[in-house]
Ligand binder design. Structure first.
Ligand SMILES: Nc1ncnc2c1ncn2[C@@H]1O[C@H](COP(=O)(O)OP(=O)(O)OP(=O)(O)O)[C@@H](O)[C@H]1O
Ligand SMILES: [Mg+2]
Length: 645
């Protein structure tokens, strides 16, 4: 997760000129809000009643001023004051009720969106994850969704209510006196212009700030994740500098946001003050000429005072709305990413497991591979027979890991097909395929949960078995897998199998993690076991012990094992040599040693032990030539492990 910077997705200033379609984006929230419409509507109705109650207070006040106050009728003053107090209490109760009503929809939408993005991230192809920074995904799944939640439970409701209050309030101002109403409205109209200008400017900044927050998250994630390397190389200041630079960029953008909001609020406040001032001049004139009563003047300004918060808050609510819109854009950018590896629309049931694995004319190229280069794998054919253990060897970077990933559809082939038990894996259900084929990777990732849960990752049904018999069976499976993987060290951990492993298993050694990952693959009792150099971090003795135990499992299980060491190759019935995107040769270790200079070269270059440089005989000179040519190419780019001159 390194290459794509979130800022690349930031719309440029030019983009912002094309008016953002905020409504269209917000409407896309429908699937997540649909269970909450009733409460949201009730919340809005409640808030509107509250606003009307607030607007009723000036009516009562005007009646008091023009009636009992003028006539000094104390018998009527007290009930009228009581009525105003009752209206105030009612308004407060309605506000409390609104908060209660809209709290649930906000959290509900929040939960639904988080679930959706998490599910989608799980389904997105590895190619997507290769390209996207983790911090960008983290900020989209966390802070952006929180922004949307705040908007649903506050911004959206208050914006709707305030717009209705403003329309009703302005109508009342005209009702009290058309001239004063017109003056007030004329002074307020430029607010619309300010509003549009604000939206255009704020939109770009809001999006940039969210993207930059994602970059900061990526930076934190990388420096925490890579803390050992950074410390070891004394590059903590380098990490800090990177963080400071990104944080500074975010601060500058946030400051610009603040300036834009400040200017907008200033404009609104000045216009509002002007509206009050000019309508007061008009009002005093009208009272002095006897056109209106003092009570009406009083009521006019009390109504205008009720409008003050809705007018003042428009800027803030618009800001929340735009923040929610840009947050939603970022959310949907992930949700709209097509699921590369799709479930077949007409899935075929896999037949009873025999454990055959066949690559037929398979080609594969990474989506972001350089144009004009040949596919990483091309027209590759290989048959692993049921129960057979096939080792795959090849120079570093030849595509062995990629080849193993194709078997469980971490990536899909670009041409040709892969058959498991005779079925094209794209026609099988993903869940079926992945329970039939289990993988262990060289860099064994563990999760921050117990050893037992980590081992049972592929068998969640066994984590909390229902009956006692199931419990015994589950325990037996786990113990057996741990035994085969020589992972007995888990029993000496503080809580044995129940010990919680630290994040990504970093509290364990590389070899310990690899053995747990191997146990995880074995425990699923797959028909096909695919192991990508799973023993690379083990010492020779432990490796031999694992191999001896593994041999018993491999006697009945079909296996494809990427091997670097001759000792791992020895486990295999046959060995396939991957070279320049194809299988250059297949045979037993002894056959290949005898006939393939390329094989001898690969095996010797991968071996940790001293070795003899291949004896170039007339018939394998060409293979050697091809091999060394390739070595030159690879060596130039990323080097070859232990290659001898
Ligand atoms: N996501 C990716 N996008 C583009 N190219 C990639 C990607 N992942 C791997 N590659 C390239 O594909 C080639 C094969 O990688 P792969 O990891 O399959 O090699 P390998 O044979 O397993 O090597 P090693 O022996 O070092 O483990 C490499 O050149 C690598 O740079
Ligand atoms: Mg590899």
């Amino acid at each position: 997760m390194t290459t794509t910077s979130g800022t690349e997705a930031v719309p440029s200033a030019d983009d912002s000129v094309s008016r953002p379609r905020t409504l269209g984006t917000l409407l896309r929230l429908h699937p997540y809000v649909k269970g909450s419409y009733t409460r949201l509507t009730l919340g809005i109705v409640d808030a509107i009643i509250g606003a009307l109650v607030a607007l009723a207070i000036p009516v009562v006040l005007s009646w008091i001023v023009d009636g009992p106050l003028t006539t000094n009728d104390s018998a009527q003053i007290f009930p009228a004051v009581g009525l105003i107090a009752a209206l105030g209490v009612l308004e407060a109760l309605l506000i409390a009720l609104r908060r209660w009503l809209v709290l649930k929809p906000g959290t509900h939408v929040d939960g639904a969106m988080r679930k959706a993005i998490h599910n989608h991230l799980q389904q997105l192809p590895l190619a997507f994850h290769d390209k996207w920074q983790s911090g960008q995904l983290l900020s989209r799944a966390m802070s952006d969704i929180s922004t949307v939640r705040r908007w649903i439970s506050f911004g959206f409701v208050m914006l709707t209510v305030n717009v209705i209050t403003i329309v009703a309030g302005f109508a009342m101002l005209f009702f009290w006196n058309p001239l004063m109403g017109a003056v007030f409205t004329a002074c307020s109209l430029p607010m619309l212009f300010f509003g549009v200008r604000f939206e255009l400017r704020y939109f770009t900044l809001s999006r940039s700030a969210q993207d930059q927050a994602g970059d900061v998250a990526t930076n934190v994630e990388e420096s925490v994740h890579g803390i050992r390397v950074l410390k070891a190389f004394g590059r903590s200041t380098f990490a800090l500098d990177g963080f400071s630079a990104r944080a500074k960029r975010l601060r500058v953008t946030e400051t610009s946001k603040g300036v834009v909001i400040g200017n907008f609020t200033l404009g609104l406040t000045v216009l509002e003050a002007l509206a009050y001032a000019f309508s007061l001049i008009a009002g005093i004139y009208l009272v002095s000429t006897g056109n209106i009563t003092v009570g009406v003047l009083f009521a006019f300004f009390t109504t205008a005072a009720v409008l003050r918060w809705p007018l003042d808050s428009i800027g803030f609510l618009l800001q929340l709305t735009i923040d929610a819109r840009t947050a939603l854009d970022r959310f949907f950018e992930v949700i709209d990413e097509p699921v590369g590896v799709e479930e077949s629309t007409h899935p075929i049931d896999l037949p009873a497991a025999s454990g055959s694995l066949v690559f037929e004319d398979v080609s594969f190229r990474f989506a972001d591979a350089l144009e004009g280069t040949r596919p990483l794998l091309h027209n590759l054919s290989l048959e692993v027979r049921p129960g057979e253990t096939m080792a795959v060897v090849g120079l570093t970077g030849s595509g062995k890991t990629t080849l193993t990933g194709l078997t469980t559809r971490l990536y899909d082939v670009t041409a040709g097909r892969i058959l498991v038990d005779g079925v094209d894996i794209r026609d099988a259900r993903l869940a079926d395929l992945r329970s039939r084929v289990a993988m262990a990777f060289e860099d064994a990732t563990l999760f921050s949960m117990s050893v037992r849960e980590n081992v049972l990752l592929g068998r969640p049904d066994l984590v909390f078995p229902e009956g006692e018999a199931e419990q015994v069976a589950a325990d037996h499976l786990v113990t057996q897998a741990i035994n085969i993987a020589q992972a007995d060290f888990v029993y000496s951990l503080p809580d044995g199998l129940e010990t919680k492993i630290g994040e990504e298993g970093l509290s364990l050694s590389g070899g310990q993690r690899q053995r747990l990952a191997l146990a995880r693959a074995i425990v699923t009792e797959p028909a096909v076991l695919v192991l990508d150099d799973p023993l690379s971090a083990l010492d020779v003795t432990t490796e031999q012990q694992v191999e001896a135990a593994l041999r018993r499992v491999l006697a009945t299980t079909t296996a494809l094992i990427v091997a670097h060491r001759p000792s791992t190759v020895m486990l295999a019935d046959r060995v396939a040599v991957l070279h320049e995107g194809r299988i250059a040769d297949v045979g037993t270790h002894t056959e290949l040693l005898a006939r393939s200079a390329l094989y001898r070269h690969i095996i010797s270059s991968e071996s940790d032990e001293p070795h003899v440089i291949p004896d170039v005989t007339a018939e394998n000179e060409t293979v050697i030539a091809a091999g060394t040519e390739a070595l030159g190419e690879v060596d130039g780019s990323d080097g070859i492990r232990g290659v001898q001159p």
